[in-house]
Write a protein that binds this ligand. Sequence first.
Ligand code: AMP
Length: 440
Amino acid sequence: MPARPVPGSLNWIMTFDTCGLNPSLIHAAAQQGWHAPTDVQTQAIGPGLASRDVCACAQTGSGKTAAFALPVLQRLTEATAPAPRRPRALVLVPTRELATQVGGEFMALARALPQRLKTAVVFGGVSINPQMLHLRGGADIVIATPGRLLDLLAHNALTLDAVQMLVLDEADRLLDLGFADELTQLLQRLPARRQNLFFSATFAPAVQALADSLLHDPVRVDVAAESSDQPAITQRAIHVDTHRRSPLLRHLLAEHDWDRVLVFVATKYAAEQVADKLRRVGLAAEPFHGMLSQGKRQQVLADFKARRIRVVVSTDLAGRGIDIAQLPVVINFDLPRSATDYIHRIGRTGRAGEPGLAISFVSAGDEAHFRLIEKRQGLPVPREQLDGFEPAPPAPATTSADPEVAAKPGTGGIKGRRPSKKDKLRAAAATISEAKAVES
Ligand code: AMP
């Protein structure tokens, strides 16, 4: 669904032509139904074409992918490919689904070019052999998740010594602790002289510092505020007791005729459980998380996009970059760990100029954490209570004999769930970023 240029905004007067794109790519954009650049494209395409480093902060759904894909493609067509053919552009993304989505956009745009550019999309969770086969004979553009790319390098399936352009999509996630080891290893394999294009909806202060250490005299693009392309997302917060969230979710699904709903939970176990409860009352619901096979993950997303499933109950796996056109509502059944994750989650709705709705279930124990999220996003969200779902009055002070339990309500953990090493690293990174943001 195209983002509509608004009269008076910058992109009303800008065209893809004035951004410096060549006729083939203007034609490619027109074939996608895009007739004018969005704000992030207006500001990032020119510097991208001029080989400048770019650090762009733009909401998801603002046309970010094309803001780096168009200049990358144009620059590749302007130079001759090395012989033998080796990747000249590397796009790193944090999730497999995003790799597929970004790859699709590159391939669709590249189809309109007179030169043939080969794009390879590689990610884990599927057999490595077809990817190695595809990389034989080389590729001009590689779109990859970091872990699988390292595996392919270990198999000598490709080299990165000819890479001229490095794109980090969802850069803040790639730069945080969870990917630190993998990213460090990859950066060591890349030429030091290269163009860096970093794009994300959020850059926490700690991550921004790390990004700055990798960028050379970057052009900074920030369309996070007051952009005509910004999604209009209404945010609601409903006070509810933890054990009443499932009935409240069913109530909301019955009350509203939303054709699709993305529900976020904290764990894989919760994703399975909540989806199962919904299925038992006849709703077309599926879980979505990292323990599912890649085939199942792709199937769930395809069914959701095609409206064959009404509700997807997901971990933060679906929080990043995934483009689901006209998704009317996102529900935070569990609050995310960080304000950054909150912004990414709610960015799944209200994409490309559509209105969106984000509802968060807030229990008494979540209240302090939700206040932190509000503070980080600089926008208060009014609390509501729904008839029949009012929280019980606060219990008298705890009498637990165990001081640990008394001090930390709700730390009993969730059955069947132990945080992985990566989870712990990511949680630590989120906490550090939060703390720094609050300090600053
Ligand atoms: P992204 O932020 O890259 O996920 O893009 C969000 C949506 O905006 C995608 O569905 C794109 O097809 C669409 N889009 C990208 N560029 C434009 C444009 N210039 N005009 C209209 N829609 C666009």
